[in-house]
Design a protein around this ligand. Structure first.
Ligand code: FE
Ligand code: FE
Ligand code: MG
Length: 167
């Protein structure tokens, strides 16, 4: 932990660490939801969708890497036990119990929308108080915004394909 790096933070560091660990737990759940969904997915366009899900899985894992780095830098401890991910995460884990493409897409769109809201809140909370975390949250937010649009446009293509195919 860097002493001055910690001292320049204009907010309660324990509260900041709580928020960072909440995001960290959400990223692991998002990673697993994407990773498993990509394996189980069935239906039209499944290969294209699975490729995107796999890419997003690696990007969520990288978000967890970035958050763990910041938590450790601040003298905190990333959530140690996966059992606690559910307690920390503000976003739900939606098990891919139904492998149909549209269902998997909807579950992950919901996850992205929760992530976008959470990172927006983290930015609002750290604005003018912790520039380093603010910038980190912006970097991740940019990718979550991209993820939401990727999935919504795949869903749009799927809907077009299904509706035109049935005429
Ligand atoms: Fe993420
Ligand atoms: Fe994402
Ligand atoms: Mg993408």
């Amino acid at each position: 932990m860097g002493t001055i790096g910690r001292k320049i933070i204009g907010m309660d560091v324990d509260e900041l660490l709580r928020l960072l660990n909440a995001a960290f737990a959400s990223e692991w759940l998002a990673y697993y939801q994407y990773w498993l969904g990509a394996k189980l997915i069935k239906g039209p366009m499944k290969d294209a969708v699975a490729a995107e899900l796999n890419l997003h899985a690696t990007e969520e894992l990288n978000h967890a890497v970035l958050l763990a780095g910041r938590i450790i830098q601040l003298g905190g401890t990333p959530v140690l036990d996966p059992k606690a991910w559910f307690d920390h995460s503000p976003c739900a884990y939606e098990a891919p119990a139904d492998p149909y493409v549209a269902v998997i897409l909807d579950q992950n769109i919901a996850g992205e929308q929760c992530a976008i809201t959470s990172y927006k809140q983290l930015m609002d909370t750290t604005k003018d108080k912790d520039m380093v975390t603010y910038n980190l949250a912006l970097t991740i937010l940019e990718q979550e915004v991209e993820h939401e649009e990727d999935l919504q446009s795949l869903k749009e293509d799927l809907d077009l394909m299904v509706s035109r195919g049935s005429r």
